[in-house]
Design a protein around this ligand. Structure first.
Ligand code: AP5
Ligand code: MG
Length: 209
């Protein structure tokens, strides 16, 4: 199954994707995670995108589209994928439809207040990228990842100014994709407000899996 996860920052896309890969046996492809790995490795791509991401703005369409096109051409993505955080603009959605047709788009429905609460308490493993939350999903030790023992940190773009910018960018550039995909008849709305287990159940029901 070829899925797109669409939703505001902090809606829980990465958290649900981590649960859904086990269920659907497809790779989780997060453009944000790819960019963060590139930044950590100080690669040419990482050096190019770091300031843009830390400020909460979008990386330019051409760079992002090329990256996803190459990733979707790999063997493990042929039977399906979960695309998390791409597309995020109408030009990205139009480009994607020319090289891969998604079966369904999952729209994470959540108010701004919940997003701020989730991002304000998010912590991430620097090594494996697992998401934690200081209230809703605490690691056993606040500095060490339960899954791999890696260091837990706060993302640079989870600072308050960057979060406000990301929400603004979401409303202006990404939210129009809801109608874009609804008109194509492939959009599914999932209530992203309840607990992670309930969101997983809502997702399974909505997809019929
Ligand atoms: P990206 O990494 O995609 O960030 P984002 O879209 O802002 O989304 P987040 O990862 O912040 O949130 P999420 O929905 O995954 O929530 P999570 O599961 O962590 O992109 C980062 C940046 O890269 C962008 O700003 C941009 O600069 C660039 N970029 C990426 N893609 C791009 C593109 N296509 N084009 C251009 N630029 C691009 O959950 C959040 C918190 O809530 C966690 O602490 C979690 O534990 C907790 N939580 C999750 N679910 C629940 C729940 N049900 N109940 C309680 N707590 C929960
Ligand atoms: Mg994420």
């Amino acid at each position: 199954m070829k899925l797109i996860f669409l939703g505001p920052p902090g809606a829980g896309k990465g958290t649900l994707a981590a649960r859904a890969v086990a269920l659907l046996k497809v790779p989780h492809i997060s453009t944000g995670a790819i960019f963060r790995s590139a930044i950590a490795a100080q690669s040419t791509l990482g050096l190019k995108v770091k300031a843009v991401i830390d400020a909460g703005k979008l990386v330019d369409d051409a760079v992002t589209i090329e990256l996803v096109k190459e990733r979707l051409a790999q063997a493990d993505a042929q039977a399906g994928y979960i695309l998390d955080g791409f597309p995020r603009t109408i030009p990205q959605a139009e480009a994607l439809s020319a090289f891969s047709a998604a079966d369904k788009v999952v729209n994470f429905d959540i108010p701004d207040g919940a997003v701020l609460e989730r991002l304000g308490g998010r912590r991430v493993c620097r090594n494996c990228g697992v998401n934690y939350h200081i209230v809703f999903n605490k690691p056993k030790n606040e500095k060490v990842c339960d899954a791999c023992g890696g260091e837990i940190y706060t993302r640079d773009d989870d600072r308050e100014e960057a979060v406000q910018k990301r929400l603004e960018v979401y409303r202006a550039q990404t939210a129009p994709l809801i109608d874009f995909y609804r008109q194509k008849g492939i959009l599914i709305d999932v209530d992203a407000r309840p607990s992670v287990d309930e969101v997983v159940e809502n997702f399974k029901k909505a997809l019929g899996v």
